[in-house]
Write a new protein. Structure first.
Length: 373
Protein backbone atom coordinates (compact mmCIF):
# COMPACT_ATOMS: atom_id res chain seq x y z
CA UNK A 1 0.00 0.00 0.00
CA UNK A 2 1.14 3.49 -0.82
CA UNK A 3 1.46 5.81 2.00
CA UNK A 4 -0.48 9.01 1.80
CA UNK A 5 1.96 11.87 1.45
CA UNK A 6 -0.64 14.49 0.90
CA UNK A 7 -1.91 15.70 -2.44
CA UNK A 8 -0.62 13.74 -5.48
CA UNK A 9 0.77 15.53 -8.49
CA UNK A 10 -0.63 14.71 -11.95
CA UNK A 11 1.47 12.21 -14.18
CA UNK A 12 2.52 13.37 -17.59
CA UNK A 13 1.99 10.96 -20.57
CA UNK A 14 0.59 7.92 -18.71
CA UNK A 15 1.42 4.44 -20.31
CA UNK A 16 -1.09 2.86 -22.70
CA UNK A 17 -1.67 -0.56 -21.22
CA UNK A 18 -3.89 -1.70 -24.00
CA UNK A 19 -1.12 -1.28 -26.57
CA UNK A 20 1.40 -3.22 -24.43
CA UNK A 21 -1.07 -6.04 -23.91
CA UNK A 22 -1.59 -6.45 -27.65
CA UNK A 23 2.19 -6.60 -28.20
CA UNK A 24 2.61 -9.44 -25.72
CA UNK A 25 -0.18 -11.37 -27.39
CA UNK A 26 1.60 -11.06 -30.74
CA UNK A 27 4.90 -12.33 -29.29
CA UNK A 28 3.19 -15.32 -27.70
CA UNK A 29 1.39 -16.09 -30.93
CA UNK A 30 4.64 -15.98 -32.88
CA UNK A 31 6.37 -18.37 -30.46
CA UNK A 32 3.44 -20.77 -30.69
CA UNK A 33 3.63 -20.57 -34.46
CA UNK A 34 7.35 -21.50 -34.54
CA UNK A 35 6.81 -24.42 -32.22
CA UNK A 36 3.92 -25.61 -34.29
CA UNK A 37 6.04 -25.39 -37.43
CA UNK A 38 8.81 -27.51 -35.93
CA UNK A 39 6.25 -30.03 -34.73
CA UNK A 40 4.81 -30.20 -38.21
CA UNK A 41 8.22 -30.95 -39.72
CA UNK A 42 8.75 -33.80 -37.25
CA UNK A 43 5.31 -35.22 -37.92
CA UNK A 44 5.88 -35.12 -41.69
CA UNK A 45 9.30 -36.87 -41.30
CA UNK A 46 7.70 -39.58 -39.19
CA UNK A 47 5.01 -40.05 -41.80
CA UNK A 48 7.66 -40.43 -44.52
CA UNK A 49 9.56 -43.11 -42.58
CA UNK A 50 6.33 -44.96 -41.86
CA UNK A 51 5.49 -44.95 -45.55
CA UNK A 52 8.92 -46.30 -46.42
CA UNK A 53 8.59 -49.11 -43.88
CA UNK A 54 5.16 -49.93 -45.21
CA UNK A 55 6.54 -50.12 -48.74
CA UNK A 56 9.42 -52.43 -47.65
CA UNK A 57 7.00 -54.68 -45.81
CA UNK A 58 4.82 -54.81 -48.86
CA UNK A 59 7.85 -55.73 -51.04
CA UNK A 60 8.99 -58.47 -48.73
CA UNK A 61 5.51 -59.82 -48.31
CA UNK A 62 5.08 -60.33 -52.06
CA UNK A 63 6.64 -63.86 -51.82
CA UNK A 64 5.91 -65.23 -48.40
CA UNK A 65 8.00 -68.21 -47.28
CA UNK A 66 6.11 -70.93 -45.54
CA UNK A 67 8.07 -72.76 -42.84
CA UNK A 68 7.15 -76.32 -41.90
CA UNK A 69 5.45 -76.57 -38.61
CA UNK A 70 7.20 -78.96 -36.21
CA UNK A 71 5.34 -82.15 -35.42
CA UNK A 72 4.59 -82.74 -31.81
CA UNK A 73 6.87 -85.39 -30.30
CA UNK A 74 5.68 -87.82 -27.78
CA UNK A 75 7.73 -88.03 -24.61
CA UNK A 76 8.52 -91.69 -23.84
CA UNK A 77 7.58 -93.11 -20.53
CA UNK A 78 10.54 -94.01 -18.26
CA UNK A 79 9.51 -97.65 -18.29
CA UNK A 80 9.72 -97.74 -22.09
CA UNK A 81 13.42 -96.63 -22.17
CA UNK A 82 15.75 -99.66 -22.56
CA UNK A 83 19.52 -99.72 -22.14
CA UNK A 84 21.43 -100.56 -25.34
CA UNK A 85 22.74 -104.09 -25.37
CA UNK A 86 26.56 -104.45 -25.42
CA UNK A 87 27.98 -106.71 -28.09
CA UNK A 88 30.25 -109.40 -26.67
CA UNK A 89 33.96 -109.20 -27.65
CA UNK A 90 35.14 -111.94 -29.93
CA UNK A 91 38.77 -113.06 -29.54
CA UNK A 92 40.51 -114.99 -32.26
CA UNK A 93 42.92 -116.24 -29.61
CA UNK A 94 43.12 -116.09 -25.85
CA UNK A 95 44.51 -112.75 -24.66
CA UNK A 96 47.86 -113.01 -22.92
CA UNK A 97 48.88 -110.58 -20.17
CA UNK A 98 51.69 -108.20 -21.13
CA UNK A 99 54.78 -108.16 -18.96
CA UNK A 100 57.44 -105.46 -18.89
CA UNK A 101 60.86 -106.96 -18.33
CA UNK A 102 63.90 -104.76 -17.78
CA UNK A 103 66.80 -106.31 -19.65
CA UNK A 104 70.38 -105.12 -19.64
CA UNK A 105 73.65 -106.54 -20.84
CA UNK A 106 77.36 -105.81 -20.53
CA UNK A 107 78.17 -102.11 -20.48
CA UNK A 108 80.83 -100.56 -22.69
CA UNK A 109 82.84 -97.36 -22.64
CA UNK A 110 83.44 -95.70 -26.01
CA UNK A 111 86.66 -96.84 -27.62
CA UNK A 112 87.71 -93.20 -28.12
CA UNK A 113 87.72 -92.57 -24.38
CA UNK A 114 89.07 -95.99 -23.50
CA UNK A 115 91.90 -96.49 -26.00
CA UNK A 116 92.64 -93.01 -27.37
CA UNK A 117 92.37 -90.58 -24.44
CA UNK A 118 94.33 -87.32 -24.45
CA UNK A 119 94.71 -87.45 -28.22
CA UNK A 120 94.75 -84.23 -30.21
CA UNK A 121 91.90 -83.60 -32.64
CA UNK A 122 94.06 -84.59 -35.62
CA UNK A 123 95.23 -87.76 -33.88
CA UNK A 124 91.64 -88.73 -33.01
CA UNK A 125 90.58 -88.22 -36.62
CA UNK A 126 93.43 -90.44 -37.81
CA UNK A 127 92.54 -93.10 -35.25
CA UNK A 128 88.86 -92.99 -36.25
CA UNK A 129 89.74 -93.51 -39.91
CA UNK A 130 91.80 -96.60 -39.08
CA UNK A 131 89.11 -97.99 -36.75
CA UNK A 132 86.34 -97.41 -39.32
CA UNK A 133 88.19 -99.53 -41.88
CA UNK A 134 88.56 -102.36 -39.40
CA UNK A 135 84.88 -102.16 -38.45
CA UNK A 136 84.03 -102.62 -42.13
CA UNK A 137 86.49 -105.53 -42.30
CA UNK A 138 84.90 -107.35 -39.36
CA UNK A 139 81.36 -106.64 -40.55
CA UNK A 140 82.13 -108.38 -43.82
CA UNK A 141 82.97 -111.63 -42.00
CA UNK A 142 80.19 -114.22 -42.38
CA UNK A 143 80.57 -115.51 -38.81
CA UNK A 144 80.74 -112.10 -37.13
CA UNK A 145 77.74 -112.64 -34.80
CA UNK A 146 78.90 -116.12 -33.77
CA UNK A 147 82.32 -114.70 -32.95
CA UNK A 148 80.75 -111.93 -30.88
CA UNK A 149 78.57 -114.41 -28.98
CA UNK A 150 81.51 -116.69 -28.21
CA UNK A 151 83.51 -113.73 -26.92
CA UNK A 152 80.70 -112.23 -24.85
CA UNK A 153 80.04 -115.62 -23.22
CA UNK A 154 83.22 -115.02 -21.18
CA UNK A 155 82.19 -111.61 -19.85
CA UNK A 156 80.88 -112.88 -16.50
CA UNK A 157 84.10 -114.83 -15.91
CA UNK A 158 86.11 -111.73 -16.79
CA UNK A 159 84.23 -109.67 -14.20
CA UNK A 160 84.57 -112.30 -11.48
CA UNK A 161 88.30 -112.71 -12.09
CA UNK A 162 88.79 -108.93 -12.28
CA UNK A 163 87.06 -108.54 -8.91
CA UNK A 164 89.30 -111.19 -7.35
CA UNK A 165 92.41 -109.40 -8.64
CA UNK A 166 91.21 -105.95 -7.62
CA UNK A 167 90.99 -104.86 -11.27
CA UNK A 168 87.27 -104.14 -11.41
CA UNK A 169 86.46 -101.16 -13.67
CA UNK A 170 90.11 -100.96 -14.70
CA UNK A 171 91.42 -100.61 -18.23
CA UNK A 172 92.42 -104.31 -18.49
CA UNK A 173 88.95 -105.44 -17.40
CA UNK A 174 87.21 -103.09 -19.87
CA UNK A 175 89.32 -103.99 -22.90
CA UNK A 176 90.09 -107.69 -22.50
CA UNK A 177 86.87 -108.87 -24.17
CA UNK A 178 87.82 -106.97 -27.34
CA UNK A 179 91.31 -108.43 -27.07
CA UNK A 180 89.81 -111.94 -26.89
CA UNK A 181 87.69 -111.18 -29.97
CA UNK A 182 90.77 -110.21 -31.98
CA UNK A 183 93.13 -112.86 -30.64
CA UNK A 184 90.96 -116.00 -30.65
CA UNK A 185 87.36 -115.08 -31.44
CA UNK A 186 86.33 -116.56 -28.10
CA UNK A 187 87.82 -120.00 -28.84
CA UNK A 188 89.72 -121.31 -25.78
CA UNK A 189 91.45 -123.99 -27.86
CA UNK A 190 93.09 -121.53 -30.27
CA UNK A 191 96.89 -121.79 -30.43
CA UNK A 192 99.89 -120.78 -32.51
CA UNK A 193 103.58 -121.62 -32.35
CA UNK A 194 104.22 -119.05 -29.62
CA UNK A 195 100.85 -118.43 -27.90
CA UNK A 196 97.79 -120.26 -26.60
CA UNK A 197 94.29 -119.84 -25.33
CA UNK A 198 91.60 -117.19 -25.33
CA UNK A 199 94.01 -114.28 -25.01
CA UNK A 200 96.84 -115.87 -27.03
CA UNK A 201 99.40 -115.33 -24.30
CA UNK A 202 103.01 -116.18 -25.07
CA UNK A 203 105.09 -118.22 -22.69
CA UNK A 204 107.54 -115.34 -22.48
CA UNK A 205 104.77 -113.00 -21.30
CA UNK A 206 103.72 -115.44 -18.62
CA UNK A 207 107.27 -115.81 -17.36
CA UNK A 208 107.57 -112.02 -17.06
CA UNK A 209 104.65 -112.12 -14.63
CA UNK A 210 106.49 -114.55 -12.37
CA UNK A 211 109.05 -111.81 -11.67
CA UNK A 212 106.46 -109.46 -10.19
CA UNK A 213 106.26 -109.04 -6.40
CA UNK A 214 102.58 -110.01 -6.45
CA UNK A 215 103.03 -112.83 -8.96
CA UNK A 216 101.47 -115.39 -6.65
CA UNK A 217 97.93 -114.09 -7.17
CA UNK A 218 98.18 -114.76 -10.90
CA UNK A 219 99.39 -118.35 -10.56
CA UNK A 220 97.41 -121.13 -8.98
CA UNK A 221 99.36 -123.91 -10.67
CA UNK A 222 103.04 -124.36 -11.36
CA UNK A 223 102.86 -125.55 -14.96
CA UNK A 224 102.54 -122.72 -17.42
CA UNK A 225 101.12 -124.91 -20.19
CA UNK A 226 98.16 -125.99 -18.06
CA UNK A 227 97.46 -122.38 -17.15
CA UNK A 228 97.34 -121.27 -20.76
CA UNK A 229 94.96 -124.05 -21.80
CA UNK A 230 92.54 -123.35 -18.97
CA UNK A 231 90.33 -120.47 -20.21
CA UNK A 232 89.76 -118.89 -16.79
CA UNK A 233 93.45 -119.05 -15.90
CA UNK A 234 94.28 -117.68 -19.33
CA UNK A 235 92.03 -114.69 -18.59
CA UNK A 236 93.63 -114.25 -15.17
CA UNK A 237 97.14 -114.16 -16.62
CA UNK A 238 96.13 -111.84 -19.46
CA UNK A 239 94.57 -109.37 -17.01
CA UNK A 240 97.77 -109.39 -14.97
CA UNK A 241 99.93 -108.96 -18.07
CA UNK A 242 97.82 -106.03 -19.31
CA UNK A 243 98.11 -104.39 -15.91
CA UNK A 244 101.90 -104.81 -16.00
CA UNK A 245 102.08 -103.30 -19.50
CA UNK A 246 99.94 -100.34 -18.45
CA UNK A 247 102.32 -99.69 -15.55
CA UNK A 248 105.27 -99.69 -17.94
CA UNK A 249 103.48 -97.72 -20.67
CA UNK A 250 100.86 -95.44 -19.04
CA UNK A 251 99.22 -94.74 -22.41
CA UNK A 252 96.44 -97.25 -23.25
CA UNK A 253 97.10 -97.46 -27.00
CA UNK A 254 100.84 -98.00 -26.41
CA UNK A 255 100.17 -100.69 -23.78
CA UNK A 256 97.88 -102.53 -26.23
CA UNK A 257 100.45 -102.34 -29.00
CA UNK A 258 103.06 -103.66 -26.57
CA UNK A 259 100.79 -106.68 -25.95
CA UNK A 260 101.19 -107.47 -29.65
CA UNK A 261 104.82 -106.41 -30.16
CA UNK A 262 106.27 -107.48 -26.83
CA UNK A 263 107.85 -105.09 -24.35
CA UNK A 264 111.35 -105.36 -25.83
CA UNK A 265 110.20 -104.29 -29.29
CA UNK A 266 108.01 -101.59 -27.75
CA UNK A 267 110.93 -100.13 -25.83
CA UNK A 268 112.98 -100.11 -29.04
CA UNK A 269 110.17 -98.31 -30.90
CA UNK A 270 109.92 -95.61 -28.20
CA UNK A 271 113.70 -95.18 -28.13
CA UNK A 272 113.77 -94.70 -31.93
CA UNK A 273 110.88 -92.24 -31.85
CA UNK A 274 112.42 -90.09 -29.09
CA UNK A 275 115.81 -89.92 -30.80
CA UNK A 276 114.78 -89.60 -34.46
CA UNK A 277 111.37 -87.90 -34.40
CA UNK A 278 111.53 -85.82 -31.21
CA UNK A 279 115.27 -85.07 -31.53
CA UNK A 280 115.96 -85.81 -27.87
CA UNK A 281 119.52 -86.28 -26.66
CA UNK A 282 120.57 -89.90 -27.23
CA UNK A 283 122.40 -90.27 -23.93
CA UNK A 284 119.44 -88.78 -22.07
CA UNK A 285 117.09 -91.23 -23.74
CA UNK A 286 119.33 -94.19 -22.96
CA UNK A 287 119.73 -93.16 -19.34
CA UNK A 288 116.00 -92.57 -18.96
CA UNK A 289 115.07 -95.96 -20.47
CA UNK A 290 117.32 -97.67 -17.96
CA UNK A 291 115.69 -95.74 -15.11
CA UNK A 292 113.51 -97.49 -12.57
CA UNK A 293 112.11 -96.03 -9.37
CA UNK A 294 111.75 -98.80 -6.80
CA UNK A 295 109.56 -96.65 -4.56
CA UNK A 296 106.95 -95.83 -7.20
CA UNK A 297 107.72 -98.71 -9.60
CA UNK A 298 107.93 -96.12 -12.38
CA UNK A 299 109.90 -97.27 -15.40
CA UNK A 300 112.01 -95.16 -17.76
CA UNK A 301 109.49 -95.54 -20.59
CA UNK A 302 106.72 -94.32 -18.29
CA UNK A 303 108.88 -91.31 -17.46
CA UNK A 304 109.42 -90.52 -21.17
CA UNK A 305 105.69 -90.82 -21.87
CA UNK A 306 104.87 -88.51 -18.96
CA UNK A 307 107.46 -85.94 -20.13
CA UNK A 308 105.84 -85.66 -23.57
CA UNK A 309 102.20 -85.99 -22.57
CA UNK A 310 101.25 -82.34 -23.20
CA UNK A 311 102.99 -82.03 -26.57
CA UNK A 312 101.80 -82.71 -30.11
CA UNK A 313 104.68 -85.17 -30.41
CA UNK A 314 103.42 -87.18 -27.44
CA UNK A 315 104.22 -90.87 -27.37
CA UNK A 316 101.08 -92.71 -28.49
CA UNK A 317 100.08 -95.31 -31.06
CA UNK A 318 99.21 -92.88 -33.87
CA UNK A 319 102.50 -90.97 -33.67
CA UNK A 320 104.53 -94.18 -33.41
CA UNK A 321 102.83 -95.97 -36.28
CA UNK A 322 103.03 -92.85 -38.50
CA UNK A 323 106.77 -92.56 -37.93
CA UNK A 324 108.76 -94.03 -40.83
CA UNK A 325 111.76 -94.26 -38.49
CA UNK A 326 109.85 -96.49 -36.09
CA UNK A 327 108.34 -98.68 -38.81
CA UNK A 328 111.67 -99.18 -40.56
CA UNK A 329 113.41 -99.99 -37.26
CA UNK A 330 110.78 -102.60 -36.36
CA UNK A 331 110.94 -104.13 -39.83
CA UNK A 332 114.69 -104.43 -39.44
CA UNK A 333 114.06 -106.44 -36.28
CA UNK A 334 111.45 -108.51 -38.15
CA UNK A 335 108.89 -107.29 -35.65
CA UNK A 336 106.63 -105.43 -38.09
CA UNK A 337 104.37 -107.50 -40.30
CA UNK A 338 101.52 -106.66 -42.65
CA UNK A 339 98.99 -106.40 -39.81
CA UNK A 340 101.18 -104.94 -37.06
CA UNK A 341 99.84 -101.43 -37.56
CA UNK A 342 96.25 -102.75 -37.55
CA UNK A 343 96.31 -104.42 -34.12
CA UNK A 344 95.16 -101.48 -31.97
CA UNK A 345 92.49 -100.28 -34.46
CA UNK A 346 91.13 -103.85 -34.65
CA UNK A 347 90.73 -104.02 -30.88
CA UNK A 348 88.86 -100.69 -30.97
CA UNK A 349 86.68 -101.99 -33.82
CA UNK A 350 85.90 -105.20 -31.91
CA UNK A 351 84.97 -103.18 -28.84
CA UNK A 352 82.60 -101.05 -30.94
CA UNK A 353 80.95 -104.05 -32.66
CA UNK A 354 80.24 -105.84 -29.38
CA UNK A 355 78.82 -102.64 -27.90
CA UNK A 356 76.47 -102.22 -30.88
CA UNK A 357 75.47 -105.89 -30.74
CA UNK A 358 74.46 -105.67 -27.09
CA UNK A 359 72.55 -102.39 -27.56
CA UNK A 360 70.62 -103.76 -30.54
CA UNK A 361 69.56 -107.00 -28.85
CA UNK A 362 68.74 -105.32 -25.55
CA UNK A 363 66.41 -102.95 -27.42
CA UNK A 364 64.75 -105.89 -29.21
CA UNK A 365 64.70 -108.03 -26.04
CA UNK A 366 66.56 -110.77 -27.95
CA UNK A 367 69.75 -110.80 -25.91
CA UNK A 368 70.80 -114.39 -25.04
CA UNK A 369 70.04 -115.39 -21.46
CA UNK A 370 73.68 -115.97 -20.55
CA UNK A 371 74.47 -112.32 -21.38
CA UNK A 372 71.65 -110.72 -19.38
CA UNK A 373 72.46 -109.01 -16.11
Amino acid sequence: MFEDHGEMLPIKNPPNFSTRRSFLKKVAAAAIGVAAGELGVKISAARTRKEENISKTAFLSEKPVSLPTPKPTSIPVLAQIKEPQKKPKVFTQAPTPTETVSVSGPTFESYQDLIFPDYTRWQKDEADKMVTKQIEYYQSEPEKDERILRTLSWVKDIHEISDSLGLNRSFPQKIIDALIYVESGGDPTAETDVAEGLCQLSYKAVESLRKLPDAQKYFEEKKTVNLLKDPKENIRLALGYLKRLLDIYPEPSVALWAYHLGDENMNFAIETYCKKDLGMDQKFVDDTLSYFDFKTNQTGTAKLIAMNRNKTGRINFINLVRSTHVVDALKARKAFGNKTNLYVPRIAAAHFLMEEYVKRHVADNTLPKNLKN
